[in-house]
Design a protein around this ligand. Structure first.
Ligand SMILES: [Fe+2]
Length: 96
């Protein structure tokens, strides 16, 4: 559980802003099996302008966007989003 992050400027080009995102870093059995990725939020208008997100193969970008979930949303407390991380295979989560 965390607060939803905001966009931030990053100086990659004039008026460049990173979309709202959360970094994930997962470790397997050894250090070399580390997976680092970013989770984005649906409907963020900055996604189409972000060179990191746009650098992911088009057919795989949707795997980095979470899904709003009313089932995990907690009444009077916070919104819930679901994000699946796939470590291996054709549906593997894109990495940084
Ligand atoms: Fe970041």
């Amino acid at each position: 559980m965390t607060i939803k992050p905001g966009a931030y400027p990053w100086g990659n080009h004039p008026n460049a802003w990173r979309p709202n995102h959360i970094h994930f870093s997962l470790f397997g059995d050894y250090f070399g099996s580390r997976l680092v990725t970013q989770m984005y939020f649906p409907g963020d208008p900055l996604l189409e302008l972000d060179s990191i997100y746009q650098g992911i193969l088009e057919h795989a970008r949707h795997r980095l966007v979470s899904r709003f979930s009313i089932d995990t949303t907690q009444e009077n407390y916070g919104l819930g989003y679901e994000f699946d991380i796939v470590l291996r295979g054709p549906d593997q989560t894109p990495t940084e």
